[in-house]
Design a protein around this ligand. Structure first.
Ligand code: ADE
Length: 253
């Protein structure tokens, strides 16, 4: 998968994405990440890319032309059979990013991520080039660079080969709308807390059952919004009910 990030801060993006798993996947040729400096496409001698908004108001806006030229430089290279490339504009006004969106976008061969700064970008260029508006959550950041890095990370780990073992991408949080179960490593006892005995039993079916139950409890207790969406078997629903009844009666003792 190839990421093309249009930004005023290419170093920030590249420095944040050249380590660990993503850095290794780039070196292995599984991913490519390029940061295109929008300032390189400024059309005036001061290389300025921002100006005051018509109608007044606080702050500056990124102008349409440098953004458009930076986009065109990338699109010209990757455009296939006249197809319009997918362009994500990172903005608090977008659809909220989640695992499902990550899965869908990770199918693309090329993805252009457009990072705004200041008070935003002239609407006209957004209308012309953006295909998807994405927010990473209901809070406002100073620019789209961190959200773009979040998206590159979340999408990259879904690209085959990036995580080495395909099982981990599949079983982690949010697959099935369930949170991940708790995990333990050595030693067997730490600060007086023992590793749950089922995990030491070597009985794989019991371990799988315990993990699924833990995922269900966690999701129920911590993320009722996700719990609404997860599909449990009748047996699992009964098990959860018994677990909760048992918990209440223990509490009352
Ligand atoms: N730019 C500023 N805040 C943002 C957010 N929450 N998500 C995506 N892009 C942003």
């Amino acid at each position: 998968m190839n990421f093309h990030i249009l930004t005023l801060f290419p170093d920030m993006v590249m420095n944040g994405l050249n380590t660990s798993i993503i850095g290794r996947a780039v070196n292995a040729g599984l991913l490519s990440i390029e940061a295109v400096n929008i300032r390189d496409y400024a059309f005036n001698k001061h290389q300025s890319v921002d100006d005051y908004p018509y109608g007044g108001g606080a702050g500056m806006l990124m102008q349409a032309e440098p953004v458009y030229l930076a986009y065109e430089a990338v699109a010209e290279r990757i455009r296939k059979q006249g197809e319009k490339p997918r362009v994500v504009y990172l903005s608090p006004q977008g659809n909220v990013f989640d695992q499902k969106m990550a899965e869908e976008l990770s199918q693309e061969e090329d993805l252009i991520l457009l990072c705004g700064h200041y008070e935003g970008i002239d609407e006209r260029v957004l209308e012309e080039i953006v295909t998807d508006y994405v927010s990473i959550g209901d809070y406002v950041l100073t620019g789209g660079e961190l959200p773009a890095m979040v998206m590159v990370d979340a999408l990259s780990r879904l690209v085959p080969g990036v995580l080495h073992n395909d099982v981990s991408a599949e079983f982690e949080s949010f697959q099935d709308n369930l949170l991940e179960y708790p995990q333990y490593s050595r030693p067997e006892e730490w600060h007086g807390k023992k590793v749950p005995s089922v995990l030491l039993s070597g009985h794989h079916a019991n371990i799988e059952k315990w993990r699924r139950e833990q995922s269900i409890i966690r999701t129920y207790e911590r993320r009722s919004d996700l719990f609404e969406k997860c599909e449990l078997t009748e047996k699992e629903k009964q098990w959860l009910k018994d677990y909760l009844d048992d918990k209440i009666s223990r509490h009352q003792e």
